[in-house]
Design a protein around this ligand. Structure first.
Ligand code: FAD
Ligand code: NAI
Length: 468
């Protein structure tokens, strides 16, 4: 039986990064991953295959389409006859995915990580470690890392199939749906809703909660909702779905809203109501791997499960279901196994929603900071007073800095506006160092750049923004 120091089950951002880092640290490593795309093994998990990467590729293509059709004229560029070649757009997305998933296979080879394609299942504990069935081959490993990720949550009323789709289906419609329904106004709802609206769909989003993006800072979610509604996305909040009836040509959805029963007809329905951990097929029950009441693998602060030598990271342990959180856990665990001090700072995990305008934040919202007992001061600065944003022709939104009034330490930064995803780097770096609003305000920012809005918002904390 082949023996490894580390065997990783799952080749998504958590698993493949853990495998590479463990190999860099001198461990003998193998990874078993079951994902298939187009009938072939494809490393990279949800993120690379049917998540982060293809959704961003389509967001980018669809945004270009919208800009050419609606915004170019404002820049003095007259374009006639722009039309959509959806098959080509989807093909480009797939080629981006091919490149990146192939890149993981290359990195495995480069780092001498043995790759198995198929299911990984914990079999039994042996003297040499854990025996794992890796795609039909029994191997033994001193350390096993469970990184099996998550899958879309199904609405019991609306099982996936036909015109009712989850993220994979929603990234591959063969034609633009005339009427697109979306259940869940979360991250997938607004990102993929934006893609298909830009390509011509009439999009209706049905959300159970009474408000929009309630995890974000209120000022940001309010501004984002205003912008999305202006673009034509139709939202219904506080709804309860009572029936979903698919047929050959579409789906009929019945829901209650403000105590009224409403029936709507859609060509396609995306159900994006969160994700559930993947533990089926892992042999969890047979070996006694402990799960919590929602099915996530239970771990301590060092990613140890209840089984000695078995660890878990990424979406399957819950918390923020984000690729960069999963990756950092992979690095921290591999380093801990090598006797180093691996650590993830969960207080500074950036969130980005890649709509237009983009939404991004890290740290506490103003309300969370107050609830935690901080005396808070805030500074806000709009992109409409920034030269670069005006030059781009996209001056929507603002940056808001939340700081502790006594210490000036930055507690959170919240943004809605153009390319704010790229403004998060400096924010998380300064927060990692426990920086203050004054630190951010006194850092020289290049002119003219969008990043000056971050600096001005930090200046505004002390009521001394220069350009407002
Ligand atoms: P996964 O990526 O789910 O990987 C787990 C892997 O394990 C899969 O390949 C699975 O097939 C495999 N597996 C499961 N069980 C077994 C088994 N028993 N044996 C072998 N293999 C197994 N996050 C971001 O940070 N930014 C984004 O822009 C972003 N966009 C997203 C867009 C969409 C549409 C979706 C759905 C998600 C998005 N996410 C994004 C979330 C991100 O994809 C996940 O947080 C991330 O993929 C989690 O990584 P993971 O390695 O824990 O799990
Ligand atoms: P989500 O948790 O972001 O949003 C789900 C929404 O559905 C919530 O607003 C919830 O209130 C609503 N909902 C739940 N049950 C409902 C019901 N019965 N009827 C109506 N509404 C209901 O989950 P989503 O959008 O499925 O995405 C899953 C996860 O994938 C995200 O939480 C995020 O972690 C990750 N992701 C990250 C992205 C990014 O970083 N840019 C992009 C896409 C996904």
């Amino acid at each position: 039986m082949d023996a490894y120091d580390v065997l990783v089950i799952g080749g998504g951002p958590a698993g493949y990064v853990a495998a590479i880092r463990a190999a860099q640290l001198g461990f003998r490593v193998a990874c078993v991953d079951a994902f298939e795309r187009g009938g072939k093994a494809s490393l990279g998990g949800t993120c690379l295959n049917v998540g982060c990467i293809p959704s961003k590729a389509l967001l980018d293509s669809s945004e270009r389409f919208e800009m050419i059709r609606h915004d170019a004229a404002e820049h003095g560029i007259q374009v006639e006859g722009a039309r959509l070649d959806l098959a080509k757009m989807l093909g480009r997305k797939e080629s981006v995915v091919d490149k990146l998933t192939g890149g993981i296979a290359y990195l495995f080879k480069k780092n001498k990580v043995t790759s198995f394609h198929g299911l990984g299942r914990l079999v039994r504990q042996d003297e040499g470690g854990w025996v794992v069935d890796a795609a039909g081959t029994e191997v033994v490993a001193r350390h096993v890392i469970v990184a099996t990720g998550s899958s879309p949550r199904e609405l019991p009323l609306a099982p996936f199939g036909g015109h009712v789709v989850e993220n994979s289906g929603a990234l591959a419609f063969e034609a633009v749906p005339g009427q697109l329904g979306i259940i869940g106004a979360g991250v997938i709802g607004v990102e993929l809703g934006s893609v298909w609206r830009r390509l011509g769909a009439q999009v209706t989003i049905l959300e159970a909660l009474p408000g929009f993006l309630m995890a974000a800072d209120e000022a940001v979610s309010k501004e984002a909702l205003k912008q999305f509604q202006k673009q034509g996305l139709e939202f219904h909040f506080g709804v309860q779905i009572t029936a979903v009836t698919p047929d050959e040509s579409g789906v009929t959805v019945t829901y209650t809203e403000k105590e009224q029963e409403v029936t709507a007809r859609f060509d396609k329905l995306i159900v994006s109501i969160g994700r559930v951990p993947n533990t089926a097929g892992l042999g969890a029950e047979a070996v006694g791997l402990e799960l919590d009441e929602r099915g996530f693998v239970k771990v301590d602060s060092h990613y140890r499960t209840n089984l000695p030598g078995v660890y878990a990271i990424g979406d399957v342990i819950g918390g923020a279901m984000l690729a960069h959180k999963a990756e950092e856990e992979g690095v921290a665990l591999a380093e801990t196994l090598a006797g180093q001090a691996g650590h993830v700072n969960y207080d500074v995990i950036p969130w980005v929603i890649y709509t237009s305008p983009e939404i991004a934040w890290a740290g506490l919202t103003e309300q969370q900071a107050r609830d935690k007992g901080h005396t808070v001061k805030t500074g806000q600065f709009p992109f409409s007073a920034n030269g670069r944003a005006l030059g781009h022709g996209d001056p929507r939104g603002f940056v808001k800095v939340v700081a502790d009034a006594d210490t000036d330490r930055i507690l959170g930064v919240h943004m809605v506006g153009p390319n704010v995803s790229e403004l998060m780097g400096e924010v998380v770096a300064i927060m990692e160092f426990g920086g203050s609003a004054e630190d951010l305000a006194r850092t020289v920012h290049a002119h003219p750049t969008l990043s000056e809005v971050v600096k001005e918002a930090a200046l505004a904390v002390d009521k001394r923004a220069l350009h407002l």
